[in-house]
Ligand binder design. Structure first.
Ligand code: GDG
Length: 753
């Protein structure tokens, strides 16, 4: 078996292919991620998957793939039009400004969104092709937001991690995007989602609640079928590499050139991509304000701003360039002299070594993005200055601000205050040594390698806490599995509905069975006795499945309709009367206090729904209600069930476990049971089979491995494949007689494979 590997997916590969004559040339690039993942190679071999940097004609794709494999990378081929829509159109035209809270810069159009989806699908396909059982997948950043769910759709059972490198915006901003729900659902396909700061987690949780109605805790978000862990893990840099760079040629040259040119002057540095999120105009205005209001610095301070060109083809970026050019001109025009230029503006790419030399020469770094996921420049400045110390003036709206308490935090929009802080920093020559020490300590502790390893450790923990190792992925092709039913004459199949036969949809009314589900159930019912065991009410089950020759169990086991019959039999005498007397007043009280909520009276249950209440307030009230119910129902024969924005109380005899226990008692000839479920109410079915059925059985948990079932399946779609497989591969021996119960269809199973 090949060794499990890690698959990393990001928009761009760490190498770029460029056309040279009639061939291709590969050049390696060294971004932050490349550094971070270098050491990861030691723990597991990994393949990096992404766009090679240019459209590659179909005829040349095989050769390019082969060439890229030499660098441990694998290409995702995307045509030019799709790449434009995906990258410029949706990723950078909508997600980038939106996630940085700049709504007026979002330009949404459907065509770009469709291209975005197609490219994410191409990534998911490429990942699925590479993946083998036991592998781990790590998807990077907002451009690939849909990939996690697309991987799940493709039935991959491997743990999927996602890291968001940019901020997550407030729910208010996020939900203005017309496809907000789709993007969230995409992300929720992951098992682990990492963010730079807790602030982003909290925004993300609120967006899940407000857009999808999904509740969560600070560290995890529970969907009905599985949990998603949320983690705060600010990225780092490689401080040793930066330190080593400071002693090398180009860095030393830059340092001495700058020190010589500006001898006797105080030096401030800013380094960014020329992006509207980085707050460069506001920063220049703050510097201008300093010169205007504190004349003493006019001929003594130089501000060097490096603005590396970025997304130069986009109108917003061209406008930003013009704005910055004008501001620089204005400041230098006003405050420059024949021997002194206050702003040195470098609008081109500067090598990393030169940047390091520049950091070393500047006693103050002015890093004031309007919004920034983390900001690596802040960390690089601290690492480069090292023992020299220095002052870092940092925007409070960066992820780095959450980790660098030694920095002087500013609101970049408050021009006067930034000017004031600059003045204070210039006054307190050399900065605060103790504050700098704190920052240096963080930068050396929180390295990029540690960041990557911690993310992967957490992803591994997610995988093992889900018992992946102990629970087997169901495969009916395995002889020991197929052997369990090979000779079965009277097989019985119990299937939960929502999340098991049909994947969850946000609005439960939309979970109508499609033709594929109906066909599978119909065919299966020809060779086995089939029951759908659901929490849904009688009317819904009848409307959706009533025409099939299968048994139905409604309201978590309250009533049963046997296969072929139209009558429902109530399983218990327990009525809702006592329950209504006991719990009714509490529910009514909560309805009054929670606008939008309502009470539903069921046959033997009472439910408080808060789907229509304010999502945040609803969750708060639900927690309080649960505490009240816990007190009220102590030592009483009732169970409280927390569903999707509903709290239900019902008699303990009403359980799926008891219901299928009754079925099995009435069918003593049953010699094989197949059972599949995916949520807490299905645990009762699995327990009943474990405790009261002696024969061979297969219990399957859908969505993830779970302690209550021996097998698991990745998704409802994957399970449906199994059910179809069963129905196709196994032939009923029609000579076997029905079991005697109305309409029972159990027959002998023979494997024809
Ligand atoms: C995203 C998030 C998050 C800059 N100018 C030049 C140059 N740089 C280098 C810097 C630094 C990198 O580019 C910029 O990193 P940032 O973190 O500041 O910003 P983004 O590129 O927007 O990165 C960000 C990051 O992802 C990681 O998660 O921190 O918040 O937006 O390394 O030194 N490099 C060279 N020439 C330049 O002129 N060679």
């Amino acid at each position: 078996m090949p060794k499990p590997k890690l698959i990393v997916a990001s928009t761009r590969l760490p190498v770029t292919m460029t056309r040279r004559g009639d061939g291709w040339q590969v050049s390696e690039s060294a971004g932050g991620l490349v550094t971070a993942l270098r050491a990861v190679n030691e723990r597991a071999p990994f393949t990096w998957l992404g766009w090679p940097g240019a459209p590659v004609p179909a005829a040349e794709q095989a050769a390019v793939t082969k060439e890229l494999a030499r660098y441990g990378t694998s290409p995702v081929f995307v045509g030019k039009a799709d790449m434009d829509g995906f990258y410029q159109g949706f990723a950078n035209g909508v997600l980038w400004p939106l996630f940085h809270n700049m709504l007026d810069r979002c330009h949404f159009d459907r065509a770009s969104w469709h291209a975005f989806r197609r490219v994410n699908e191409a990534y998911a396909d490429a990942i699925a092709d590479l993946t083998a059982p036991g592998d781990m997948i790590w998807v990077h950043d907002y451009q690939l937001a849909l990939v996690p769910a697309l991987l799940r759709d493709r039935g991959l059972g491997c743990p999927v991690g996602f890291f968001l490198h940019i901020p997550f915006p407030s729910a208010e901003a996020f939900r203005t995007m017309p496809v907000a729900a789709e993007v969230l659902r995409g992300l929720l396909g992951a098992d682990l989602i990492g963010f730079h700061a807790y602030e982003y987690v909290s925004h993300f949780r609120m967006a899940c609640l407000r857009v999808l109605g999904v509740e969560s805790e600070p560290k995890q978000l529970r969907l009905q079928s599985r949990s998603i862990r949320l983690t705060v893990l600010p990225i780092g840099i490689d401080p040793q590499e930066v330190r080593a760079m400071t002693t090398q040629g180009e860095a030393l040259d830059e340092f001495s050139e700058v020190s010589r040119t500006y001898a006797g002057k105080r030096l401030i540095v800013g380094v960014d991509r020329l992006d509207y999120t980085k707050g460069i105009p506001q920063r220049l205005m703050a510097f201008e304000e300093l010169l205007r209001t504190r004349r003493q610095w006019r001929d003594k301070v130089v501000f060097v701003q490096v603005a590396a060109p970025s997304r130069t083809g986009v109108a917003d970026y061209q406008a930003l360039k013009r704005e910055v050019d004008e501001l620089v001109g204005r400041i230098n025009g006003r405050y420059g002299t024949s021997s002194h230029t206050p702003v040195v503006y470098i609008n081109r790419n500067v090598s990393r070594e030169r940047l390091t030399g520049l950091y070393r020469a500047a006693e103050i770094a002015l890093i004031t993005p309007l919004r920034d996921g983390m900001n690596l420049v802040a960390l690089e400045y601290v690492a480069a200055r090292d023992a020299l110390g220095g002052t870092l003036i940092l925007s409070e709206f960066t992820g780095a601000a959450h980790c660098l308490p030694g920095a002087r935090l500013v609101n970049p929009y408050n021009i006067e205050r930034v000017a004031g802080v600059l003045h204070e920093a210039l006054e307190s020559r050399g900065g605060d040594a103790e504050s700098f020490e704190h920052m240096l300590h963080f930068v050396h502790e929180n390295t990029s390698t540690r960041w990557a390893n911690m993310f992967l450790d957490r992803l591994e923990t997610v995988a093992s806490s889900d018992h992946v190792a102990e629970r087997a992925l169901l495969s009916l092709r395995q002889p020991d599995v197929a052997g369990r039913y090979a000779n079965a004459k009277h097989p019985v199949v119990f299937l939960d509905y929502d999340g098991t036969l049909r994947s969850y949809v946000i609005d439960p009314r939309e979970a109508v069975p499609d033709e594929r589900i109906l066909g599978a159930l119909r065919r299966l019912a020809e060779i086995a006795t089939v029951y759908v065991v659901s929490g849904r009410d009688r009317a819904t089950l009848e409307a959706w499945l009533g025409h099939l020759p299968i048994g139905l169990v409604c309201e978590h086991g309250l009533s049963i309709r046997e296969p072929g019959s139209c009558d429902w039999q109530r399983r218990t005498n327990a009525t809702g009367d006592t329950l209504r007397r006991l719990v009714g007043p509490v529910f009514e009280d909560f309805v009054k206090r929670t606008p939008g909520s309502s009470v539903e009276q069921k046959d033997a249950a009472l439910a408080w729904h808060y789907r229509a209440a304010d999502p945040e307030y609803g969750v708060f009230q639900a927690r309080e209600l649960l505490t009240r119910l816990e007190d009220l129902l102590k030592r009483k024969p009732y169970r409280v069930l927390r569903g999707n924005r509903v709290i239900e109380v019902r008699h303990e005899e009403v359980s799926k476990g008891f219901a299928i226990g009754d079925v099995l008692k009435q069918r003593p000839e049953t010699d094989f049971v197949f059972c599949a479920g995916d949520d807490t109410t299905d645990v009762d079915m699995m327990s009943t089979i474990a405790s009261s059925f002696d024969g061979p059985n297969i219990c399957v948990w859908v969505g993830r491995p779970d302690a209550s079932a021996e097998f698991w399946r990745e998704s409802a779609t994957a399970l449906l494949g199994d059910l179809e497989g069963l129905a196709r591969d196994l032939q009923p021996d029609r000579s076997a007689k029905p079991t005697g119960l109305a309409g029972g269809r159990a027959g002998r199973l023979t494997i024809v494979r």
